[in-house]
Design a binder for this molecule. Structure first.
Ligand code: HEC
Ligand code: HEC
Length: 462
């Protein structure tokens, strides 16, 4: 009870609460049932760590929390930006002790891949194993335990001292203990929940039975590009699908080197063992602008550079790792300018829309880095079960209803700044007209005037 009053006071006293800044455990996003098209077959979920709404919610908080870095300045999202499909526009990303040795990877559709290992060179056997590697990396987040860095136990101690984590861990795992294993599981659930299936490609694919059919919503140029992508050079194509495969457009697990061998900042060095790429979806944003430089060394800066790279690549003794699937009957692909432009037009159809702004994958902290958790309200013995009162429909543009039991109640509506804007006395079957309110987020407090018990609901006016 005390806790709840405390949170109410927090909500009502703060002036700058934005829609982010609050996580209501009674009203989670649905991460479990995100839409996956029927033509997507690959699912690399680690058995026993299926996505749950609660686990992914905790993962979201961890992903955006700068407390996960030694200097409290870097979160996972500092190198994986939602607005860039969870990649980075910088060639090398900035960590707590310098910049990364490889380019950041986009984290879209990473659950739906043929290759289930993580990183460009596949050094993490699962995404769970991967999840805490950046935290323990001296350059990236700095809890390495070496060179004077704090270690992982120090991180756990810090997280224990933050108000929201004991609450969240208890909510997800049944008790409030914070462990590396639990952090790995929740971060992975969040990352694997990030999906992008509303691209022009998806709208077309939905209407046909195979990638080889002409898509009704594509231009001739896009269909030509698709055909080049999905056909082998022995068949007049460019052969991309031999490694970037399926409607997932994710990389096969037995791919070798693709001829990109650079090392960021080290002109003289070569690195032949980068054999994974993120899905080729969302290389560009909905405006057609690249989400960042391309390849593990960020050495290519346009889709034309990519196509030219593959077109001009020839076999060489200097690179024994080169994958033979890069080549056709001729050593180079011999694409015309028209074919190159078509291939680019096709790659641009792979971009979605929703993933760039959807709230469930956005920063839950407010502008001041604060986060309020509205705790789970369950089985309140002393009252009329007010927590079970439902407010519907929500979002609404006109009225909402309340399924109130018999009794006497007060209803308060607060705006996002905590300002009281309405106070009424609802009865059983009550309907509240909110058509006059500005669109936005509101808090509705429903209070039993006899018992003083109350509940707070988020209301979205559209
Ligand atoms: C300082 C920048 C930086 C930070 C911070 C960072 N990452 Fe990354 N991330 C990268 C880079 C760079 C790569 C590619 C590294 C490589 O392959 O060697 C990467 C790769 C990944 C991948 C592999 C994707 C794939 O498809 O194989 C995942 C997953 C990931 N990061 C998740 C996270 C999580 C979770 C956090 C926070 C705990 C995090 N990252 C923090 C820069 C960063
Ligand atoms: C033999 C396998 C193979 C073939 C064929 C192939 N690729 Fe790749 N591709 C890779 C590998 C491996 C990487 C990651 C390489 C790296 O960064 O070092 C990659 C990376 C990419 C990337 C960068 C992704 C990113 O997130 O930065 C793009 C774009 C791409 N390929 C497009 C294509 C296109 C277009 C074709 C056809 C013309 C093609 N690929 C053919 C193996 C292949």
């Amino acid at each position: 009870m005390k806790l709840k009053y405390f949170f109410l006071v927090l909500i009502l006293s703060s002036f700058v609460i934005s829609p982010s800044g609050i996580i209501d455990l009674n009203d989670l996003f649905d991460y479990e049932n995100t839409y996956v098209p029927a033509y997507i077959n690959k699912d690399n979920t680690t058995t026993g760590n299926e996505i749950t709404n609660s686990g992914a919610t905790l993962g979201r908080v961890l992903f955006y929390d700068k407390n996960l870095s030694s200097n409290e300045a870097i979160s996972c999202a500092s190198c994986h930006f939602q607005e860039f499909a969870f990649g980075d526009t910088e060639r090398a990303s900035l960590g707590v002790n310098g910049t990364t040795g490889r380019h950041s990877m986009r984290l879209v559709n990473s659950k739906f891949t043929h290759e289930s290992r993580a990183f460009w060179n596949e050094r993490a056997i699962t995404f769970e194993v991967q999840a805490t590697m950046p935290i323990k990396d001296h350059i990236e987040m700095g809890f390495s335990g070496e060179n004077g860095d704090p270690n992982f136990d120090d991180l756990i101690e810090r997280l224990n001292g933050l108000e929201y984590y004991p609450l969240l861990f208890e909510f997800v795992f049944g008790d409030s203990e914070i462990t590396e294993y639990r952090i790995q599981r929740s971060l992975t659930q969040f990352i694997k929940s990030i999906t992008s299936f509303d691209s022009k490609f998806d709208i077309g694919r939905e209407q046909v039975s195979s990638n080889y059919n002409s898509f009704p919503n594509f231009t001739n140029q896009e269909n030509l590009g698709k055909s080049l992508f999905f056909n082998s050079p022995f068949n007049g194509g460019a052969g991309c699908f031999r490694c970037h495969t399926g409607s997932e457009i994710s990389i096969t697990s037995n791919t070798l080197n693709n001829g990109i061998v650079g090392v960021i900042g080290e002109e003289e060095e070569v690195d032949l063992f980068n054999t994974k790429a993120p899905t080729l979806r969302d290389l560009v944003n909905p405006q057609g602008v690249l989400n960042g430089p391309i390849m593990h060394d960020g050495s290519l800066n346009s889709l034309m550079d990519v196509v030219n790279h593959y077109n001009d690549l020839v076999e060489t003794d200097e690179n024994p790792q080169l994958d033979s699937r890069l080549f056709g009957p001729e050593n180079d692909l011999d694409l015309t300018l028209q074919q190159k432009e078509a291939l680019i037009a096709f790659l641009e159809t792979l971009t979605g829309d929703n993933v760039y702004t959807a709230e469930q994958w956005s920063d839950p902290f407010d502008d001041n880095g604060e986060l309020i958790i509205i705790p789970l309200i369950t089985g309140i013995e002393d009252v009329n079960n007010i927590a079970k009162v439902k407010l519907f429909p929500n979002p609404t543009s006109t009225i909402f209803s309340l399924n109130l039991p018999e009794g006497s109640y007060q209803l308060f509506i607060f705006d996002i700044n905590g300002k009281l804007i309405r106070n009424t006395n609802p009865k059983t079957g009550h309907q509240e007209d909110v058509s006059g309110l500005k669109n936005g987020l509101y808090f509705v407090q429903i209070k039993n005037t006899d018992t003083k018990e109350y509940t707070i609901k988020k209301l979205v006016k559209i």
